[in-house]
Design a protein around this ligand. Structure first.
Ligand SMILES: Cc1cc2nc3c(=O)[nH]c(=O)nc-3n(C[C@H](O)[C@H](O)[C@H](O)COP(=O)(O)O)c2cc1C
Length: 196
């Protein structure tokens, strides 16, 4: 009663959405990824910064280069998923702040002139954007398989540069046979929420 989102959308995004471990061969198109990004770009971040970067690993040669940096248990699904994306944080996101936060363009220099501060902000806000992205994948009727079991420095050197910090790799597609384990429990409201 308290939620205004249509119950079928609640199920699609959360109750029935699962983390997929196997996928069908159905391709994931650039149009689908564009639609996902054009929806989730509205998710809020501090100072409206946009540090998330998405690298779509499409060619077989690039897929091979990525798989070798994945933990052994993650390698088969990274090889087989229709689409794999590397999500990273751009630690130089402050350069775009005058465009993204035009009513206070001084924010770039006033708050983000120091690299360690930027790295902290980029990690937090790009991770928020990564979460929005995962929910966006579900909104497209697809399943996501996020993974942090990987050699981060290896992925950074292979695909990124010193200004970018990898956050996770996400398999994307339609769930295949035996795509998931039984649902694991979640903490209940009273275990998580306190009121002061
Ligand atoms: C940031 C992140 C990292 C994860 N890393 C891995 C991983 O390296 N390997 C793996 O098999 N699953 C990984 N998972 C999947 C989680 O175990 C899974 O999302 C969680 O248990 C909830 O599963 P459910 O969506 O099916 O309920 C990761 C999930 C997230 C969000």
């Amino acid at each position: 009663m308290s939620l205004v989102l249509d119950p079928s959308a609640q199920d699609l995004l959360f109750r029935e959405a699962r983390t997929a471990n196997t996928f069908t061969d159905e391709p994931v198109t650039d149009e689908q990824v564009r639609a996902i990004y054009d929806l989730v770009k509205y998710g809020p971040t501090a100072f409206n910064q946009s540090p998330l970067r998405i690298t779509l690993v499409r060619s077989p040669e690039a897929r091979e280069r990525l798989v070798k940096h994945m933990a052994e248990g993650n390698q088969p699904k990274t090889s087989a998923a229709p689409l794999v994306a590397i999500l990273s944080a751009d630690n130089e996101f402050h350069e775009e702040l005058p465009q993204l936060f035009p009513h206070f363009p001084q924010a770039k220099d006033a708050f983000f002139s120091e690299r360690p501060v930027r790295e902290g902000a980029a990690a937090l806000n790009a991770s928020l954007q990564a979460a929005y992205f995962i929910v966006g994948v579900r909104a497209a009727g697809l399943a996501a398989g996020p993974m942090t079991g990987l050699d981060f420095e290896g992925v950074r050197k292979e695909f990124l540069d010193d200004d970018h910090t990898p956050l996770m790799v996400v398999n994307i597609g339609r769930p295949g046979p035996d795509a998931w384990f039984p649902r694991s429990p979640r903490l209940e409201y009273d275990q998580v929420v306190t009121t002061v």
